[in-house]
Design a protein around this ligand. Structure first.
Ligand code: SME
Length: 157
């Protein structure tokens, strides 16, 4: 496919519906995890312009920063720490409407106010997480969860 993204100006659902097939086409047939994660974060950033979106990868019992778009971020997160470490530990998506109300939230950027973290699972094991941060409260909901889970499930590796 051409490497230009077609962006939507519609509802959140329409944005995901436009983006999803393009992401699938971008990563189809490519087995390199970093390349695919890099393109996924770029596509999400271009469409949604969140403050930060990126992956952390499980390496030696820690999450280590992977491909991302946005300001510089913390490099390592221990299991159970912050929203990312909690999502890893629970193997579940976590939506945080207000980071100030999430005990142990790790503030990589003081501008981040709400957050969603989706685990990346292979063979019933979490191998990383996708994290998106917004400057606005209550930014992420079940629609984001549904589509972001579909996006991470489409990564072939
Ligand atoms: N806020 C996250 C840390 C990662 S940054 O937001 C990029 C957390 O609490 O796990």
């Amino acid at each position: 496919m051409a490497e230009d993204l077609q962006l939507s100006t519609g509802s959140k659902q329409e944005m995901y519906e436009t983006l999803l097939p393009q992401i699938k086409a971008l990563i189809e047939g490519e087995e390199d995890l970093v390349a695919n994660m890099a393109n996924i974060t770029a596509a999400l950033k271009e469409q949604f312009n969140w403050l930060w979106v990126g992956f952390y990868l499980v390496k030696k019992e820690e999450l280590v920063l992977g491909p991302f778009q946005g300001p510089v971020a913390c490099t390592r997160i221990k299991k159970g720490r912050g929203v990312c470490g909690a999502s890893w530990q629970q193997a579940q998506t976590i939506i945080v409407p207000d980071v100030e109300k999430f005990p142990g939230h790790i503030a990589c950027s003081s501008l981040s106010v709400s957050e969603i973290v989706v685990p990346v699972v292979r063979n019933n094991e979490v191998i990383g997480v996708l994290d998106a941060d917004s400057e606005k409260k209550n930014w992420f909901d079940k629609t984001d969860q549904q589509y972001l889970e579909e996006i991470v499930a489409s990564i072939v590796f």
